[in-house]
Ligand binder design. Sequence first.
Ligand SMILES: [Fe+2]
Ligand SMILES: [Fe+2]
Length: 282
Amino acid sequence: MTKNGKRTGARMEHWTLDDIPWDAFDRSRLDPELVKVVKAACMVEHRSSEYAEYLCGVFKGDDQFCQDARTWAREEVQHGKVLRRYAELADPDFDFNSSFSRFTTGHIIDTGADQSIRGSRCSELIARCIVEVGTSAYYSALGDASDEPVLRAICKHIAADEFRHYKLFYTNMKRYQQVEHVHLWSRLKTAIGRIAEAGDDELSYAYYCASNSAEPYDRAKFSNAYAGRVFPLYRYKHVQRALGMSMKAVGIKPQGRVGKIVTALCWRVFRGYVRRVERIAA
Ligand SMILES: [Fe+2]
Ligand SMILES: [Fe+2]
């Protein structure tokens, strides 16, 4: 503990809900569409302890990593708690328990694995890096897009955690790569595969559950609705940094010739995708 009572050290959360300036909440600057996105994110973050169980199964014997993975999960769950509090403040009708129960019942996570579904520990850590790339870009974009001061402050705290999480998995990935020597193509395949999984059910189903809709779940409909709300928030700087971090995890220099071509190409593809989901959402 420091003199002012804040917790320090790599094994404790870097901030608490008391560090958020809740009194600065300004309803007049609230964007109801962003509140829907916050509700979905809060449910996904709340489930992170289940992923820690999976990681500790995959990294059995690596006690330090397992300890770090549990700390990581506590921080992710804290993201869920702070986002829940914000969602309840912004929308007093939001019933977290009911939405979360619906979400966990309808979307099951397999936590019983004793080896990585990615083929190696190095590849598992590349996949984890990609997830943190996604979340750090997501909260950076969400915070930058919001005019409401409390949401901006929350996103700033969470994004800082997500960048640190990336560093945690990246450092461990480099350590395992020295032993496992996973080929560049295999690393690239893992990264692309994990990026593609971002389009799977979890976020769109969370978005559906948070909306409290009485209609049956239609994956395409809610996936497009979610994408149409979230991806237009991303600016070039968010995408460029995310691509740079992804390439670094794979072993490609972002500032090299290949890196620059990949960035330019991906930005064009991304903008085309955003235009498409905006058209569908409209
Ligand atoms: Fe998180
Ligand atoms: Fe994270």
